[in-house]
Ligand binder design. Structure first.
Ligand SMILES: [Cu+2]
Length: 155
């Protein structure tokens, strides 16, 4: 091979190595990039006009992110709530965001973080599915199908 060819080969090798370093990091690319949600369910209100409560497990993606919004065609408005102790009493509080650390699961459950679904479709029955779209600070979204469960259910 002439020196000129060797130089060309070197250039190609450099390009390939640069590509590997940009897209590599090995397993990082095969990891899920955006947060995802599972085990979603909504506790229907005991009385029409009251809000429903939404629960699920959100698993963080490759980067730290935060849940910043939720919406559903079956609800007029969804807020993100947490429970806080206030003078010895547990109260709900609306949160602008809930942190979702990379690769970790954050559980939304009765007594903890939850979604509050206002203006819920009064025709919803236990067992039916409620589509909910979660929005994250990164701009990522996750579409989930939450199972409607009867009022009073704790899980
Ligand atoms: Cu609430």
């Amino acid at each position: 091979m002439s020196p000129r060819h060797l130089g060309l080969m070197g250039c190609l090798l450099a390009v390939v190595l640069l590509g590997l370093s940009l897209f590599g990091g090995g397993g990082v690319m095969s990891q899920q990039q955006a947060p995802s949600a599972s085990n979603a369910w909504v506790r229907l209100p005991a009385a029409t006009g009251r809000p429903g409560a939404g629960y699920m497990v959100i698993t963080g993606g490759a980067e730290a992110d935060a849940l910043v919004g939720a919406s559903s065609p079956a609800a007029q408005r969804i807020e993100i709530h947490s429970m806080v102790m206030d003078g010895g009493v547990m109260r709900m509080r609306a949160e602008p965001a809930i942190a979702i650390p990379a690769g970790q699961s954050v559980e939304f459950r009765p007594g903890g973080h939850h979604l509050m679904l206002f203006g819920l479709d009064p025709a919803l029955k236990p067992g039916e599915r409620i589509p909910i779209t979660l929005t994250f600070r990164s701009g990522a979204t996750a579409s989930i199908s939450a199972q409607a469960r009867a009022a009073g259910r704790a899980s």
